[in-house]
Write a protein that binds this ligand. Structure first.
Ligand code: NCD
Length: 359
């Protein structure tokens, strides 16, 4: 397979460094990259609403001198005629040089990558993963704090459905001495597969607390997230949980002087506007970093394709199994081969959405 970005761990730590360094070089020498992707086309295939991510990809490609085509509403595309992600990926490969795909079903970008003949970037798949937001978060931490190791990161809000949180833990967990403080209501705790397969498997330090107040004093980074309304089956439960944690000036006063506050945005209620004026509020600076890091990523993936670089096997054993039972998995709407990743402990997780195989 080509080099894609479907999950943050598709990149080695060294490759993440390379992309960060290039993003910093882009920031310092914008003119040097103004024609870097001249004649290349990015296809943005967005099956789910987005403002920041899609426009950030578009702006990134434009600043590299390239062009952008695609759709922002699946209802206006052949999807409404019943076209599969697999077929769409084959077709778009004839028109563009690289794809950025957002989909409401988990694993859809992986299916696209299995059929596309151009690199695929996952721009968010259901409640699963969002690796380019993670690259954005990493560049922001790099610029604001200077390093990724030996930091304590508080993750607050919807840790169950928040795909940005899942990807960030996977990426940061590879650095030394990173500690996570998980701040969520019981109903929105981090999924077990991330606790077991990422945190426990890599010996990551983490603790779960129930208030922002008890977490604040130890944090270097506070990562706030919104409660993901669109992923709830029960509207009343969303209403009950949506204002579980609200960051305000009084809580900021408990934090370190050099802490930073990140948020992937959009914000709903979880950060009071009064916090915006605090110099530690880095979430609008984070948005701009998203454009620079996507410039770096597009440039790098196109370069790797030209060099003929292919992805190493992921090192996991893949086994066939029953159809995945998870309703948000791409396999619930498309005829994908039911494949599972077999862990060292013998447990099998769906290749597409990472849900554990039903016994
Ligand atoms: C996030 C997403 O789409 O997952 N937004 C984004 O990409 N900036 C976070 C969210 O929607 O809450």
């Amino acid at each position: 397979m080509l080099r894609n970005l479907l999950d943050p761990t598709d990149l080695t730590v060294g490759e993440i460094d390379e992309i960060m360094e290039r993003a910093l070089d882009i920031i310092a020498h914008r003119e040097k990259y103004a024609d870097a992707c001249r004649g290349k086309k990015l296809a943005t295939l967005f099956y789910e609403p987005s403002t920041r991510t899609r426009l950030s990809f578009t702006a990134a490609m434009m600043e590299l001198g390239g062009n952008v085509l695609g759709f922002s509403d699946a209802a206006n595309s052949s999807v409404s005629k019943g076209e599969t992600v697999a077929d769409t990926a084959r077709v778009i490969s004839c028109f563009a040089d690289i794809i950025a795909m957002r989909h409401f079903k988990e694993g859809a970008p992986l299916v696209a990558a299995q059929y596309a003949t151009i690199p695929v970037i996952n721009a968010g798949d259901g409640g699963h993963s969002h690796p380019t937001q993670t690259m954005t978060d990493l560049l922001t931490i790099r610029r604001e704090i200077g390093h990724f190791d030996h930091i304590t990161v508080g993750l607050c809000g919807d840790l169950k459905f928040g795909r940005t949180v899942h990807s960030l833990i996977k990426a940061l967990g590879r650095y030394e001495g990173v500690k996570f403080v998980l701040i969520a209501p019981d109903e929105l705790r981090l999924p077990d597969y991330i606790k077991k397969d990422v945190c426990d498997a890599h010996g990551l330090e983490y603790e779960e607390v129930s208030t922002l107040e008890e977490a604040m004093p130890q944090l270097d980074v506070l990562y706030m997230t919104r409660v993901q309304q669109e992923r709830f089956d029960d509207r009343a439960e969303y209403e009950r949980l949506k204002d579980s944690f609200i960051l305000d000036a009084a809580k900021m006063a408990l934090g370190k002087r050099d802490m930073i506050v990140l948020h992937p945005l959009p914000r709903v209620n979880e950060i009071a506007q009064e916090v915006d004026d605090d110099p530690r509020a880095a979430y609008f600076r984070q948005v701009e970093n998203g454009k620079f890091v996507r410039m770096s990523l597009i440039y790098t993936l196109l370069k790797w394709k030209e060099e003929g670089r292919t992805a190493e096997p992921d090192g996991h054993t893949h086994v066939e199994g029953p159809k995945c039972r998870h309703t948000r998995c791409i396999s619930s709407i498309e005829p994908v081969k039911p494949l599972y990743i077999k862990g060292e402990d013998g447990r099998c997780r769906c290749l597409y959405c990472e849900t554990e195989m039903e016994e």
